[in-house]
Ligand binder design. Structure first.
Ligand code: AP5
Length: 222
């Protein structure tokens, strides 16, 4: 049975950092809507054109565009063993659509990992985040710096700062996307008994250990 997990949390909580590692180690597809949208913007596709300004302002891209993107992505072969859904669903409409998509394949969400971090820590993390141009590898100027300034250790491409990692946009993302739009989604998953909270304010290695223990339990119980 495929293992499908949802990762939720405010911007900069460390979802992408943990998902990238877990996907490689567990053979799950890392499906990150933010990464997919940034790739669409870089390609200059119609989706990217529609999403670019909304993302830069810290808003949510419309549900119909996001749901179509995920439907196509979940249909690809590498999602057959399971998925780590990073940044999706973020609205009630997206949550309903996800359940229908997985249900049509005889699948269901196994757990929702919620990354808990306070706003001041998020601002510190996102202000220091740098991302590689070629593949989106993530660094932090203090917590996980590259070996050479401004250059990705893994592929040598340039590191840049995301447009939406400015303090004013971080606060908009936190309030509109996390405190407002995501709240009913989280409540829905709580009622379904799917939520596992992680204290994600700790160093990345400690968060990784806790996530590993949780996944081991889920796999053992499957
Ligand atoms: P997206 O890219 O998904 O942004 P986000 O959810 O705000 O999450 P981030 O990528 O900012 O943070 P993260 O939790 O992955 O943290 P990371 O691991 O990088 O979405 C961008 C935009 O796309 C949205 O604003 C929206 O416009 C649109 N969008 C996306 N999905 C959508 C959807 N479903 N519907 C509608 N619109 C959508 O870590 C952050 C930094 O901290 C890094 O520098 C990292 O090195 C460091 N770090 C990580 N863990 C730790 C730790 N434990 N200790 C210290 N530092 C750490």
């Amino acid at each position: 049975m495929p293992l499908d997990l949802v990762l939720m949390g405010p911007p900069g909580a460390g979802k992408g950092t943990q998902a990238a590692r877990l996907a490689g180690e567990r053979g799950l597809a890392h499906i990150a809507t933010g990464d997919m949208l940034r790739a669409a913007v870089a390609e200059g596709s119609e989706l990217g054109r529609q999403a670019e300004q909304i993302m830069a302002a810290g808003g949510l891209v419309p549900d119909d565009l996001i749901i179509a993107m995920i439907r196509e992505r979940l249909g690809r072969g590498d999602a057959g063993r399971g998925s780590l859904l990073d940044g999706f669903p973020r609205t009630e409409g997206q949550a309903v659509a996800l359940e229908a998509m997985l249900g049509s394949q005889g699948r269901a969400i196994a757990a929702v990992l919620v990354f808990d971090v306070q706003l001041a820590t998020l601002i510190e993390r996102l202000s220091g985040r740098r991302v590689c141009r070629a593949a989106g590898h993530v660094y932090h100027l203090v917590h996980s710096p590259p070996r050479s300034d401004g250059v990705c250790d893994l592929d040598g491409s340039e590191l840049y700062q995301r447009d939406d990692d400015r303090p004013d946009v971080i606060e908009t993302r936190y309030r509109k996307q996390w405190q407002d739009a995501a709240a009913p989604v989280l409540e829905h998953y709580r009622r379904a008994g799917l939520v596992h909270e992680l204290d994600a304010a700790r160093p990345a290695g400690e968060v990784a250990d806790e996530a590993d223990r949780l996944l081991d339990r889920l796999v053992g119980a499957a």
